[in-house]
Design a protein around this ligand. Structure first.
Ligand SMILES: *[C@@H]1O[C@H](CO)[C@@H](O)[C@H](O)[C@H]1NC(C)=O
Ligand SMILES: *[C@@H]1O[C@H](CO)[C@@H](O)[C@H](O)[C@H]1NC(C)=O
Ligand SMILES: *[C@@H]1O[C@H](CO)[C@@H](O)[C@H](O)[C@H]1NC(C)=O
Ligand SMILES: *[C@@H]1O[C@H](CO)[C@@H](O)[C@H](O)[C@H]1NC(C)=O
Ligand SMILES: *[C@@H]1O[C@H](CO)[C@@H](O)[C@H](O)[C@H]1NC(C)=O
Ligand SMILES: *[C@@H]1O[C@H](CO)[C@@H](O)[C@H](O)[C@H]1NC(C)=O
Ligand SMILES: *[C@@H]1O[C@H](CO)[C@@H](O)[C@H](O)[C@H]1NC(C)=O
Ligand SMILES: *[C@@H]1O[C@H](CO)[C@@H](O)[C@H](O)[C@H]1NC(C)=O
Ligand SMILES: *[C@@H]1O[C@H](CO)[C@@H](O)[C@H](O)[C@H]1NC(C)=O
Ligand SMILES: *[C@@H]1O[C@H](CO)[C@@H](O)[C@H](O)[C@H]1NC(C)=O
Length: 441
């Protein structure tokens, strides 16, 4: 009895989140993301970042540096800026608005070739420069890379124009004594792109038969470095030795590491200890893998009921703090920003379904933190209420479950104890159902 009972109980307790790290809720925007934008009258750009259509603003990528967070928004029609910033903490009880980054004026419409047209993928390098991929537009017919010097008044430079346009997804940086390289994935293309900063050159490296979407790179201090790539048209996770890419090879032979079990990966992140995180299309969880070990997926965080095609963005800052946005396209709270202190202790040490997203009980210091906590307390109150309801419903489920089980026992000691279990779970949480079953079996 006990493992099942405990599993059900824990699920109830964890209610909103099941995590292998202690996440803190930093901000919650119940419904809308609003923009700190200039007044409409003075702009030719469509100005409706505060959309009347809830869930229209769709976070895609994130980076964190110092006290600022940078988020790339999907450039749907009517979204005037695709790159915004937020403070990492705020003294105000209201969650912060989005500020166009580096400025409102640096963002253009399609055809404003010397402005940011549609940003896509970003990364901070070791000297505090934010690299931003720009998909560009058909009017300019090229994609480009921007560099924004975060430690130097956000000085913004267009550092490269690619000889092609479109389909950009994401980039990682490789800083070597011989120069800095960027590796870039393009969806729907059987290649990856390498850019050399010193030579101001980019070239494509063919990957015959394989198309990639998500990308991550092994930690800087772990030579030989490996590139990790998630398939665009498959669940495959591949690696490529970076040495060959630095060398100027024009064809790579990606090695298949394994297949993710449930879905294709749309975003990956490597922490400095070599743990790879991946988020998946339409899945409300993020998985992790310790790359020093044979391929093994572990659930890192799960947010109950979360629904979106791309529910999460993930980033880590210089200190190894992990940041995450959770986006719900269908219901409130629409947007959440979470953080977890460095994942020094691996998620391996913890059971995959370890619950608890306990609020921080640290020494208070800044007013911002105090404020943050009091907001949290309020939210916790709601969550507790929710928990109680959930626990009760779970208890009810357990009772029901016992009835089913007893009946089954009476009928026969059937081969199908598992089926009762499945029903219990699917009632509680359909998304949980399939994977739990896999784990049990
Ligand atoms: C989370 O916090 C609890 C209590 O503070 C601690 O025991 C546990 O080790 C922490 N887990 C992680 C992954 O840091
Ligand atoms: C437009 O901006 C200018 C200068 O920033 C300001 O003087 C003017 O009043 C603005 N016009 C409107 C309609 O807001
Ligand atoms: C865009 O660039 C590609 C590749 O350089 C070229 O083949 C194509 O004709 C260009 N299209 C336009 C509209 O300029
Ligand atoms: C780098 O090359 C691009 C063309 O590929 C050019 O537009 C740009 O000005 C060059 N940048 C520098 C700093 O030379
Ligand atoms: C990038 O360009 C491609 C066209 O090559 C287009 O289909 C896609 O929607 C663009 N993506 C973004 C984010 O602008
Ligand atoms: C730097 O380049 C030199 C010569 O091209 C090569 O021998 C060396 O291995 C390179 N170092 C790195 C870290 O790639
Ligand atoms: C890189 O190039 C150097 C010399 O050009 C060669 O010795 C080395 O084997 C190459 N490394 C890889 C990984 O291709
Ligand atoms: C991964 O999936 C592909 C089919 O999509 C299959 O051919 C391959 O054998 C699988 N590899 C592993 C390691 O599971
Ligand atoms: C990161 O570490 C530095 C130095 O160790 C510290 O001053 C800074 O406050 C830390 N930042 C965060 C966001 O924890
Ligand atoms: C990953 O696995 C290696 C080898 O088993 C282990 O030494 C290391 O501590 C693990 N990393 C983390 C972050 O747990």
């Amino acid at each position: 009895m006990t493992p099942i009972f405990v599993a059900i109980f824990l699920l109830g307790l964890s209610s909103q989140m099941a995590t292998a790290a202690n996440f803190t809720l930093v901000y919650e925007w119940p419904d809308k993301w609003e923009c700190e934008c200039p007044s409409e009258a003075n702009s030719t750009k469509v100005l409706s970042i505060e959309s009347s259509n809830p869930g229209y603003i769709d976070p895609q990528f994130m980076a964190v540096y110092g006290s600022r967070i940078f988020i790339i928004l999907e450039k749907h029609v009517g979204i005037p800026v695709s790159l915004v910033s937020l403070p990492t903490s705020s003294a105000s009880p209201a969650p912060p608005k989005l500020t166009p980054f580096p400025s409102w004026d640096m963002h253009g419409n399609d055809g404003d070739c010397d402005k940011i047209e549609s940003s896509r993928g970003l990364e901070v390098d070791s000297v505090g420069k934010l690299w931003v991929l720009d998909n560009g537009s058909s009017k300019c017919n090229y994609s480009k890379i921007w560099s924004i010097d975060l430690a130097n008044n956000d000085q913004t430079k267009l550092i490269h124009r690619f000889p092609f346009y479109g389909h950009l997804n994401d980039l990682v940086l490789d800083e070597t004594p011989n120069g800095t390289f960027a590796y870039i994935t393009r969806w729907f293309e059987q290649n990856i792109v390498v850019f050399s900063l010193e030579r101001n050159q980019s070239w494509t490296v063919d990957t015959p038969g394989i198309m990639f979407f998500s990308i991550a790179i092994s930690p800087m201090n772990q030579e030989p470095r490996q590139l990790y790539l998630g398939g665009w048209n498959s669940k495959g996770l591949y690696s490529i030795s970076v040495a060959a890419l630095r060398n100027g090879t024009l064809t790579a032979n990606p090695k298949l590491i394994g297949n993710w079990t449930t879905s294709k990966s749309y975003r990956m992140l490597m922490d400095k200890h070599g743990t790879l995180f991946s988020a998946f299309w339409y899945k409300n969880y993020v998985k992790s893998w310790n790359t020093s070990q044979p391929f093994l997926e572990r659930r890192f965080i799960k947010v109950a009921g979360l629904y979106s095609s791309t529910p999460f963005t993930i980033a880590s800052n210089q200190n190894g703090t992990l940041w995450m946005t959770a986006f719900d396209n269908k219901k409130k709270p629409r947007y959440r920003l979470l953080k977890a202190s460095a994942t020094a202790k691996s998620s391996e040490d913890l059971p995959e379904r370890s619950c608890v997203s306990s609020p921080p009980t640290q020494k208070s210091s800044t007013p911002a933190e105090v404020q943050e906590k009091s907001i949290l307390k309020e939210k916790l109150h709601h969550h507790q209420l929710f928990n109680i309801i959930l626990i009760c419903s779970n208890v009810f489920t357990v009772i029901l479950f016992w009835h089913i089980l007893r009946k089954k026992r009476k009928n026969s000691l059937s081969p199908n104890t598992n089926e009762a279990l499945q029903m219990t779970f699917s009632r509680n949480n359909p998304a949980e159902y399939k994977e739990f079953r896999n784990d049990v079996i």
